[in-house]
Design a protein around this ligand. Sequence first.
Ligand code: GRG
Length: 288
Amino acid sequence: MNYDVQAAECRQRIEAALKTAIPATVVEPLRGAMEYALLAPGKRLRPMLLLEAHGMLSPAGNDVMDFAVALEMIHAYSLVHDDLPAMDNDVLRRGQPTCHVAYGEAMAILAGDGLLNLAHELMLASAHPRALRAAHEISACAGVHGMVGGQALDIAHTGHAVDRALIERMQTGKTAALFRAAVCGGLILAGADEAQLAAGADYSLGLGRAFQIIDDLLDLHGDAAQLGKTPGKDEAEGKLTWPAAVGESQAREDARYWTQFAVDALAPFGDRATFLRETALRALNRIS
Ligand code: GRG
């Protein structure tokens, strides 16, 4: 199937599931704030990767969608908390005022907390036979040894001297870990063996490193309308970025290197990996 058609179909299924994911029983304005963050127009890259990684080894089933939704909830919570005044202090996200601008800081913190916990409720309520292992992988990638740890390095080292090893560690945690949650979560649900999981982890590392380097470059040159967020903040705030460490031209070269690393890692999946391969190639050329 053509990539764009497959991606659009997959995204449509995800959007439909997201729309009904937050129970009507959640009190207002918490529910409104959670929906505001979750349903804002995002690329839905992580849930798509989860469903498509799963689809490489197993036919699509509705029992996997809960995990895709849970992962997008975790991603949405991380964006809400990242945008808070205490962290990146951003006013624009996904083309709309950030959650704390729209709902106030306290409600935005609670909306993030609500999304994170609802994600775990969803995964742990699943009757899928591999639910527990997949939930464990996703939690581990999102937590202190993954995304939260990477964000902590970012916050602790803002304004410090450039340190390439630290930037690599930070970006692997902040960005690549949630791609690993998607790919390995999907593969675990599909019954992947250890070699396939290792290949999925390598793909996610390559995709995540390239994705973050491109994100750093877009922050330098991107356009607010296209990005849906404020560009130019990394430099203004002394963020440790890959282009700042190695220069823009080398950063572009490195993004190509990590994309190829991701593509090569998919070899064990052969033709079944067409979607994941194309996703990595397109992420390299993205403008938003
Ligand atoms: C607050 C625990 C905590 C973590 C925050 C997500 C994050 C970690 C920080 C946001 C800033 C940033 C550059 C993160 C790296 C990951 C990244 C590029 C997120 C944006 O992902 P996209 O482009 O966003 O897939 P959409 O809106 O399309 O879903």
